[in-house]
Each structure stands twice: as structure tokens, then as C-alpha cells.
Design a protein. Structure first.
Length: 324
């Protein structure tokens, strides 16, 4: 008898077969050829040949028959689970592999090494007509003209095609010699603006591909080609751009209000939020020594004798409201 026979038989157990089984229980036995339903009941183990007369069929007690059928069902379920486990184990290595469509055109690709990153950005810009870039302070801390020269040539090629470049920096770079060096070498539709705080490094080419850092250092980057993600990043850039202060080709002067400079107002805003000197320096793109000098000047302007008093005086002075 096969392992599937009891399961298949129970599905086919109809009134006729049940009536025959009930009759066998009442009478104690049945003739072997008494009914067309007898073979089914034999397969299910509800009837069995009599030991003293093979021509007769004896009923098996219902509780014994039920126990046997349930055990067969449990064995079948256990075997099916084992089969599923074997199947999952067999296919597990394949599940870790990329899908065919991802292999052909990945939406996110990781690149390692600054030389490789520069190469793929250059390839993306081969025929591009728009470049959007966010460059934080640390991108220009260790300025090396030899490193930046290829990027300048690449950007000028885009401008020569009639393209445009828009770049965002932090206010601390508005008078940086490294940026003056860069923009002295570019001609065309190129503009730069600045903010107190910006995102991490971001490069968007033709609003079709974006490059973002893949770690705290610039040695790894992600090339993003997923349309929804690139659109999100480009929209973020556009909104920051509208809030930023022009710095090239024409610079807007940031006003000083009541002896408090715009940079000091930015520092004051972070201080009242409870940030440390190190966090203030990092977010505004300056070293911690410079940040502490600005904090000391701000304290002198407001007449503060302690850090706790400085926070109170900032709130009372209204300089943050004036900045807005």
C-alpha cells in the first residue's frame, strides 16, 4: 500500500463506503465480494481479511483505524516538510545571487578607491549637460591642485558643450583660496552658493545618475541609477539651492546684526540645541579651534561669563529671530 493511498482514499470516502463499514461493524463481518466499496475500505484499513476465512472481511475498530490514518497523515506531512527543507537548502546559494535584470542594469553600484570613483564620474559626464554638486568643507581641507585639476578639466568640457554647473558649499568656504583657484579656471554657466549646513558629498549628473559616499571616508562611493532615488536627491538639492546665499559669480554679503555675524548666529543656533563644540565645528565645516574662537567672540558680544549664561543670553537677545 502506498503512503498516499490513505490520504487519497479519505477524500473519496462517501456515504456508500461509510454505510458498508457501519454494516460490517454491526454484523461483525462481510463477504469479500459483497460490495464495490470493499476495496476502498481495505485500502483505508477499515476492513481486513478474516484470519480463518479469506472470503470474509472483518471490520477494524474505528479508533484503531483512525489512529492509523492520522499517523499516515502525520508521516506524509513530515515527509513534505523534509522535502521543503531539502529544496530550500538546494536553492539557497542561488537566492544570494542577483536577479538577472539586476545583473544587466544594477540600480546601485559600489565603487572603491578615489581613482575608480573619479573614473566612473567622468564616464557618466561624457555627454552630460548638467552637473549638481554638494561639496562639504572636508573636501577642501587638504587641497591639492594636481588632484583637483582633472575635475576642473572635466567640468569645463561640460560647460563647453553648453551645459550648466550648480554647486553648494558651506559658508566657511566662501573665501577659501582653493575655491577661488577652481572658479578662476572655469568659464560658462557655472554658479555656486553656500549654506551654514549642507548634506554630505553629492554629485548628480543630468538628473539620471547620482554619486554619494558609501562610508565616512571618500574612498568608497555608491553610483545610484534608480530613478526614484535620483529624483529625490535632485529635489533635495533644488530646495537647498533656493535657501542658499550666492557666492559665485556674484557674492551676496551676509549682514551683521547688532554686532553678531551670520556665522556666530549659526553657532548660536546649535549651542541652544545643546551641541558640543566638536559637533558645532563638524556641522558648520570648521575646525574645533575656530569654532571655539567664534563662541568666545559671541560670548563677548552678549556679555556672557559662562557657557550656561551664554545659552540664556542667546535666547534673550533675539539674535536667532533676527537671523531669520
Amino acid at each position: 500500500m502506498s503512503g498516499d493511498a490513505p490520504h487519497e482514499g479519505t477524500d473519496a470516502l462517501r456515504d456508500e463506503a461509510l454505510d458498508l463499514y457501519a454494516r460490517a461493524l454491526d454484523e461483525g463481518h462481510l463477504p469479500a465480494a459483497s460490495d464495490a466499496q470493499a476495496p476502498l475500505l481495505l485500502d483505508l484499513g477499515l476492513l481486513r481479511p478474516a484470519q480463518d476465512d479469506p472470503a470474509r472481511l472483518e471490520p477494524v475498530a474505528p479508533h484503531h483505524a483512525l489512529h492509523r490514518l492520522l499517523r499516515a497523515s502525520e508521516d506524509r506531512v513530515a515527509e513534505e516538510r523534509r522535502r521543503q527543507e531539502r529544496l530550500a537548502k538546494t536553492l539557497a546559494p542561488l537566492l544570494r545571487a542577483p536577479e538577472p535584470e539586476e545583473q544587466g542594469s544594477p540600480s546601485v553600484t559600489r565603487h572603491n578607491g578615489m581613482e575608480r570613483i573619479g573614473q566612473v564620474i567622468g564616464e557618466a559626464m561624457t555627454d552630460a549637460t548638467e552637473l549638481l554638486a554638494v561639496q562639504p568643507y572636508r573636501s577642501y581641507v587638504r587641497f591639492d591642485p594636481a588632484v583637483h585639476e582633472p575635475a576642473v578639466r572635466r567640468d569645463q568640457a561640460l560647460l563647453d558643450r553648453g551645459g550648466r554647473i550648480r554647486a553648494l558649499y558651506q559658508h566657511t568656504l566662501r573665501h577659501a583660496p582653493s575655491l577661488a583657484w577652481r572658479y578662476e579656471r572655469l568659464s560658462g554657466d557655472v554658479e555656486a552658493r553656500s549654506l551654514d549646513e549642507i548634506t554630505d558629498r553629492l554629485v548628480i549628473v543630468d538628473r539620471e545618475v547620482a554619486f554619494i559616499p558609501a562610508g565616512p571616508e571618500r574612498a568608497t562611493a555608491l553610483e545610484v541609477r534608480h530613478p526614484a532615488i535620483v529624483t529625490f536627491l535632485a529635489t533635495t538639492f533644488d530646495r537647498l539651492w533656493r535657501l542658499a546665499t550666492p557666492m559665485y559669480p556674484e557674492a551676496d554679503q551676509q549682514p551683521t546684526l547688532n554686532g553678531v555675524t551670520p556665522r556666530q548666529r549659526a553657532i548660536a543656533a546649535l549651542l541652544v540645541e545643546g551641541h558640543t563644540d566638536a559637533v558645532v565645528a563638524d556641522r558648520l565645516g570648521m575646525n574645533i579651534r575656530t569654532a571655539r574662537e567664534h563662541i568666545a567672540k559671541l560670548a563677548a558680544v552678549l556679555g556672557s561669563g559662562s557657557r550656561a549664561q551664554l545659552g540664556y543670553l542667546i535666547g534673550q537677545s533675539g539674535i536667532l529671530d533676527q537671523g531669520e
